[in-house]
Design a protein around this ligand. Structure first.
Ligand code: GLN
Length: 547
């Protein structure tokens, strides 16, 4: 019988439910259990694919092409269980499906209602994941308890034990226990209220995880337990970790969370193997190199807009025992202040993906700077397209080269719409999405970096390199080192004459893990380390100030 863990959040948003859920998944896998993660998001958008990064941070793309919440990135980085379209549902998807059934007459003339029809639909998407060959399904409910829009999801998980059995379900509530400086004490009232609200809905949490800045004393824990109708040992502290997110699962183990879960659900599990995570922390605490990487993006000020990119750089740092300082640079600022002023001193420059014209010229300038100064450069998706525009304009001599995304009638459309995209007019799920194979060229840096010539990587784009220009670019020193297996679509471009200039049409950041850095990120960071040590030998230059 599959066991179900439901994770809810209280008091405030951004409390770290995604990371905590992923950590629980990781700990259960480390104890030999087969785990599947799932996120239910109460917003009405059908998926986050059409939302602005300001609203929602990055859109995380899965192998099957689904555009999902960025918490699924935490899940994939921390756990091994595969994620699919069924791993992320929104209110919009649930209603869409119920309304489609109603239109087909599947409700046989009944009045279609939130209870039971919407809640049944929610239960069915949870059950679907539980029907796989797994021991535990962890379902995280987005939003904060008390939100009107999350009510149907909470009602559905309240009902869930009625079909799965009380003994097979566990409710974990993540809450905030703030420290009031003026009073000099931790405050438990918000937690009491949040649990009170859950209990009104009919959910008594089995375990309370308390996010806090200061340690929770025995007395405070007893008090929370009494008011929230729990045993004291079911109140688990999760103190803020300033150093690294990889401390979170380890601290949850020291506070007994995995043991508690295993006991409550009657799971037979081995003792956890935490060696890989101890090793990660050891490497982070004892770096052998220090480098700085500039990430030049349209939304650089937003810490979640390029979440997986930042994480992947960290993974490469862990791989090479390197501490990486990341400078988040707004591409529009480069247009105003110039690349020299903002990018000098960095050991590597990365231009991530994006949509829309704002800041594109800044990215092009950043890439020119990297190319001309021999600074390791890594372009991703729009970053690759900008690299092609830059090379077209400044090396091939096509002064007005551009992408038709930004200049419809450009004289030299070096980047243009994919054939399959030309007819599409509606939004959402209409791009070239998900895992696609590519073959790598003999003698290329990409082949050397991957160590194999056939790869699969995830995509999310509408535009591509315009093959009309292939020969001209090649003649001027750009290598097309990765293409679709039939050779038709350009997937990777390189400049052989440069210390490390690789740009890819896909998103390698969705396949990097802390325990297994993505080869391209590892290669890029190695090139940045090499540049730093060369410079250190030559000069006494100091690292730039980074945010
Ligand atoms: N806007 C570009 C396209 O649609 C790049 C997309 C991206 O960077 N994800 O092709």
């Amino acid at each position: 019988m599959t066991k179900h863990i439901f994770v809810t959040g209280g008091v405030v948003s951004s409390i770290g439910k995604g990371l905590t859920s992923a950590s629980i998944g990781m700990l259960l896998e480390a104890r030999g259990l087969r785990v599947r993660m799932q996120k239910l998001d109460p917003y009405i958008n059908v998926d986050p694919g059409t939302m602005s990064p300001y609203q929602h941070g990055e859109v995380y793309v899965l192998d099957d092409g689904s555009e999902t919440d960025l918490d699924l990135g935490h899940y994939e980085r921390f756990t091994e269980g595969p994620l699919t379209r069924d791993s992320n549902y929104t209110t919009g998807q649930i209603y869409l499906s119920v309304i489609e059934k109603e239109r087909k007459g599947q409700f046989l003339g009944k009045t279609v209602q939130v209870i039971p029809h919407i809640t049944d639909e929610i239960k069915s998407v949870i059950r679907k994941v539980g029907e796989q060959d797994v021991d535990v399904v962890i379902t995280e409910i987005g939003g904060t308890v008390g939100d009107i829009e999350s009510l149907p999801f909470l009602e559905a998980i309240r009902q869930y034990p009625l079909i799965a059995g009380q003994e097979n379900c566990l409710y974990i509530h993540l809450t905030l226990v703030p420290y009031l400086k003026a009073a000099g004490e931790l405050k438990t009232k918000p937690t009491q209220h949040s649990v009170g609200q859950l209990r009104q809905i009919g959910i008594q949490p089995d375990i309370l995880i308390c996010r806090c800045e200061q340690p929770i004393s025995r007395d405070e824990r007893d008090k929370i337990a009494l008011f929230c109708n729990l045993q004291s040992q079911a109140v688990v502290e999760e103190r803020d970790k300033d150093f690294s997110i990889y401390e979170v699962p380890l601290s949850l183990v020291s506070n007994g969370l995995d043991e508690l879960i295993v006991k409550r659900l009657g799971l037979s599990a081995s003792t956890p193997n935490l060696e890989p995570y101890n090793e990660i922390l050891h490497r982070l605490r004892n770096p052998k190199h220090e480098i700085s990487i500039a990430v030049v993006g349209k939304y650089a000020e937003h810490k979640d807009a390029y979440k997986s990119i930042y994480e992947s750089l960290d993974h490469a740092g862990i791989h090479h025992h390197a501490q990486i300082r990341i400078g988040r640079i707004q591409s529009a600022d480069i247009e105003n202040e110039g690349p020299e002023c903002l990018l000098s001193g960095y050991d590597g420059i990365l231009v991530p993906g994006g949509f829309g014209e704002r800041g594109v010229e800044g990215k092009v300038q950043a890439i020119r700077f990297a190319r001309e100064k021999g600074i390791p450069f890594f372009g991703i998706c729009l970053g690759m397209q900008c690299a092609v525009i830059e090379f077209g304009r400044n090396v091939v001599g096509l002064a007005r080269a551009h992408s038709t995304e930004f200049e419809k009638d450009t004289e030299h459309p070096v980047i243009c719409l994919l054939d399959e995209q030309r007819e599409i007019t509606h939004m959402g799920g209409t791009m070239r999405l998900g895992s696609q194979p590519a073959k790598l060229a003999e003698g290329s840096r990409s082949l050397e970096t991957y160590g194999r010539d056939d790869i699969t990587e995830r995509h999310r784009h509408r535009y591509e390199f315009n093959n009309v220009y292939r020969q001209q670019f090649q003649a001027n020193g750009m290598t097309f080192s990765g293409t679709s297996p039939d050779g038709a679509l350009v997937e990777i471009v390189e400049i052989a004459e440069h210390p490390w200039f690789v740009a890819v049409q896909f998103h390698p950041e969705f396949k990097s893990k802390p325990t297994k850095a993505h080869p391209l990120f590892a290669g890029f960071v190695q090139a940045a380390i090499d540049r730093r040590s060369r410079r250190q030998k030559n000069t006494h230059e100091t690292a730039p100030q980074t945010a």
